[in-house]
Design a protein around this ligand. Sequence first.
Ligand SMILES: Nc1ncnc2c1ncn2[C@@H]1O[C@H](COP(=O)(O)OP(=O)(O)OP(=O)(O)O)[C@@H](O)[C@H]1O
Ligand SMILES: [Mg+2]
Length: 197
Amino acid sequence: MNITAANATQDLADTGLTPRQLLQTWENFDMPPGAAEKIKHVQRNADKWFLFYGNPGTGKNHVATCLLKDAVSAGKQCYCVKVLPLCLRIKSNYLQALEIIKEFSEYDFLILNEIEKYSIIRDSDRERNVLFEIIDNRYEAFKQTVFITNQTFEYIDSLYRIDGTGKNPITDRLAEMGQRVNFNWGSYRDKKAGGNQ
Ligand SMILES: Nc1ncnc2c1ncn2[C@@H]1O[C@H](COP(=O)(O)OP(=O)(O)OP(=O)(O)O)[C@@H](O)[C@H]1O
Ligand SMILES: [Mg+2]
């Protein structure tokens, strides 16, 4: 976190947002047919945890980014990270895991993007345990977390399950704190692609 002046809002350059995400706003979100009620529900519950899931290009990042920007405007410290690079960072700096836990536990608002990509390194429990520490600290401190995936809740539940136990402590917390939102409409990328002959 890099805040210089007291009470200054966080610089968006320090939030992990990509150049594409920096352009995403509620104003330029073109409401997909049938999406208005769900998006209004998200806006009305803007301080809840969420699991945004659905097909590629349906605006999951876009909507989560808008929530993040609103949280920054409200003076919160925010960050957006993809789970695979986070897991690889944990893997290659395991002795620094405590610092990584502290860093990602402290943000007031965190987007964990592409949470299904944990599947790529799931042969080690270390990354899952560090992710759990982050999520549990955030849960205990009532700090908002938005999860994004192309997969379903059921897939994520079984992916992060600890072998031999019936319950998954990560998705159990998500179920209590969060609301699942199915982005079940067409890809905006398809809409923009149009030049193919
Ligand atoms: N309804 C929309 N109105 C305007 N732009 C949109 C809308 N939906 C998506 N976009 C734009 O389309 C691109 C892809 O959207 P986004 O990254 O949010 O999709 P996603 O659901 O996260 O996809 P993926 O699952 O592939 O990561 C972005 O540039 C985003 O701003
Ligand atoms: Mg995305």
